[in-house]
Design a protein around this ligand. Structure first.
Ligand code: LIP
Length: 261
């Protein structure tokens, strides 16, 4: 399948799986690495449905997913990176702010990404070299400075050792910008940056499934995505920091971060 066909597959499977989220009732959660890191049967059912659709269309594909410890070789010729419900704590609590996120890696490189927010019926997509879109309309990052930007940020609730630096940077960003937003879905925060809603997004510890799709969408929207040290994002199981958005606001946030030990 070519990348256009893969993108159509990602979108149709995510829309199909979204019905499981929208019609969910009596959502019960279990703890994974701790009481802040939760999973529900819906995370597993969405992941299973996506894997079934993707395997049927691309039988030789491998998978790197949040649930069920499915972490195949990321250097395989074709890999789907799946976060079945990003913002699971929001989902459990009924915030209505979560999404389904999937990226396709060809030869270890992200070439297609789709991220669906069923609560707003917003489908964010990107193809490598093909631009980024929201429901089919092109999107661009903001080129505003930090002082004229809203900053989206995450609290890395699964890595409490990052809290002091994370909140210090949040305060510095708050004082240097219009305001901050902590909305509880890293993948949707990346899309807010890609669409220029937020000038920049940062979080000090994320997994590949949280950022793989959103990273391509930000880059194809003319933005940059890097670690808090300004390095390229790793495509591996490490839990790096993520900073993404318009080049100017990202550069200014990285400068703030250098001042915070
Ligand atoms: C979550 C992100 C959130 C972040 C959490 C976690 P999950 O993803 O959406 O922004 O703070 O650490 O990564 O676990 O709901 O897929």
């Amino acid at each position: 399948m070519n990348d256009h066909e893969i993108l159509a597959l990602l979108c149709s499977a995510e829309r199909e799986a979204a019905a499981l989220m929208l019609h969910a009732s009596g959502v019960l959660s279990e703890c994974k690495s701790g009481h802040r890191d939760v999973v529900t049967e819906y995370d597993r059912r969405v992941q299973a449905l996506l894997m079934e659709r993707f395997s049927a269309a691309v039988p030789e594909a491998r998978f790197f997913c949040e649930e069920n410890d499915r972490h195949d070789d990321l250097h395989a010729p074709e890999v789907f990176v799946i976060d079945p419900i990003d913002g699971t704590m929001n989902f459990v609590r009924g915030f209505g702010h979560s999404c389904i996120s999937a990226a396709y890696l060809r030869g270890g490189v992200p070439t297609a990404a789709a991220l669906y927010n069923p609560y707003l019926d917003e489908m964010f997509t990107a193809l490598s070299g093909g631009g980024a879109f929201l429901n089919g309309r092109p999107i661009r990052v903001s080129d505003a400075p930090l002082s004229e930007s809203v900053v989206a940020c995450g609290t890395s609730p699964y890595s409490m050792e990052l809290a002091d630096r994370g909140f210090a940077l949040m305060k510095a960003a708050y004082l240097a910008s219009l305001d901050i937003r902590r909305e509880g879905s890293a993948a949707l925060d990346l899309c807010s940056a890609a669409a220029g809603r937020a000038g920049v997004y940062f979080e000090l510890g994320l997994s590949l499934w949280d950022y793989a799709a959103g990273m391509l969408i930000v880059q194809e929207a003319g933005g940059v995505c890097c670690t808090i040290e300004g390095k390229a994002m790793p495509l591996d199981p490490s839990r790096p920091s993520v900073v993404a958005g318009g080049e100017r606001a990202v550069r200014e946030l990285l400068a703030l971060a250098r001042e915070i030990p």
